[in-house]
Design a protein around this ligand. Structure first.
Ligand SMILES: Nc1ncnc2c1ncn2[C@@H]1O[C@H](COP(=O)(O)OP(=O)(O)OP(=O)(O)O)[C@@H](O)[C@H]1O
Ligand code: SF4
Ligand SMILES: [Mg+2]
Length: 333
């Protein structure tokens, strides 16, 4: 399967922490193969927040999980500080695990209901040992840092709200002093007011403890607020990659533009709608550009040739045969 290119990778940058190249993840199912991730490349530099956005089923979670090798990608490479994780055996991979932590969408069910909050946060230290900043006697300090009163350390997860449970998940990830935290829809299950608090907390923790974030969401307005760089995905492929401000000022891929026009309440001058129709099946994705069945600008070449990622100048890249190049538009969310 053709990849969509690697032009957007920042190979000259010494601060690249994670470098994913041409990653494919397929799931064999009865009578077919689910093409969940089909040649995706991206990198994360130290201290950056990479937002990954796209509609349900486009492969965001699978991409994130395959970075930590759960599941192992079908092909492609995932380098962490130069080491290709896809080539490591389970024992060596285990040593890298603390550096790459994940936070999930449903905060309550992702915490062990039988353990106290204190035990949940300290669990990583028990398994991996102290890795620097945190130790068993500093758990209270970490609880305070994420906004949970240490006096509640003996309570169980069900005694906390969803937002508080997400704070506990963040502490549980931080205790291992990770380099990267992958946040898979961490605020989607929370009330809007609580969402903002958790986003602020993630930003604070990132700055205070020097972690990089991968932030996954189907919600462009959340992505806009938290990301330094954004990767837009559609059906297992990269559509567009750019700095957040640049992407929102100058969206060039027709799918990005359709997503922006759909932001509720936005005063967007991007007026581009997806052609009505079902999302095609990931078992039998369309040839050429996978978006061609819904793209208002599709032509014959889109139905036969896969577009490669091309540089548009600055830190802006798109995989489209007919990108929209125009002067600034304003997207207010
Ligand atoms: N274990 C699996 N077995 C078979 N198919 C899978 C498996 N995990 C994911 N898929 C399929 O892979 C595709 C990508 O799924 P994924 O969960 O990565 O998407 P997503 O972008 O995270 O969606 P959402 O926004 O709903 O979380 C979907 O078609 C999904 O049905
Ligand atoms: S390559 Fe063609 S079908 Fe795909 S987004 Fe661009 S114009 Fe639309
Ligand atoms: Mg998901």
């Amino acid at each position: 399967m053709a990849g969509t290119g690697t032009t957007h990778l920042r190979d000259g940058d010494p601060n690249v922490l994670v470098r994913v190249e041409d990653m494919v993840v397929e799931f064999p199912i009865g009578g077919g193969t689910v093409h969940a991730v089909s040649g995706v490349s991206f990198d994360i530099v130290e201290g950056e927040t990479l937002g990954i956005v796209g509609e349900s089923g486009c492969g965001k979670s699978t991409t994130a999980r395959a970075v930590i090798q759960m599941p192992r990608p079908t092909s492609g490479s995932v380098r962490f500080r130069g080491t290709d994780l896809t080539e490591l055996g389970n024992e060596d991979l285990r040593k890298v695990r603390p550096d790459l932590q994940m936070i999930f969408q449903d905060p309550i069910s992702s915490l062990n209901p039988r353990r106290t909050v204190h035990e949940i946060i300290a669990e990583g230290l028990r398994v991996w040992g102290d890795r620097g900043r945190w130790s068993a006697d500093k758990i209270d300090e970490l609880m305070e840092a994420v906004g949970i009163d240490p006096r509640y350390g003996e309570r169980k997860p069900h005694q906390f709200s969803g937002g508080q449970c997400q704070r506990i998940s963040i502490a549980r990830a931080l205790v291992l002093d990770p380099k990267v935290i992958i946040c898979d829809e961490p605020v989607s299950a929370l009330d809007v007011s609580v969402q903002a608090q958790i986003l602020n907390l993630l930003q604070d923790m990132k700055a205070r403890y020097g972690v990089s974030l991968v932030f996954i969401s189907h919600d462009l307005s959340v992505i806009k607020n938290i990301s330094d760089r954004v990767m837009v995905m559609y059906m297992g492929k990269v559509c567009e990659v750019a700095g957040a401000d640049d992407l929102f000022a100058r969206p060039t891929h027709h799918y990005t533009r359709a997503l922006m026009s759909a932001i509720p309440g936005s005063r967007s001058v991007v007026d581009e709608e997806m052609v009505e129709g079902e999302l095609p099946s990931a078992i039998d994705p369309p040839p050429g550009c996978r978006f061609n069945t819904r793209c208002p600008a599709a032509t014959d070449v889109c139905r036969t040739d896969e577009p490669q990622i091309q540089a548009l100048g600055g830190d802006h890249y798109v995989a489209c045969h007919h990108p929209v190049i125009e002067t600034d538009v304003t997207v207010t969310t």
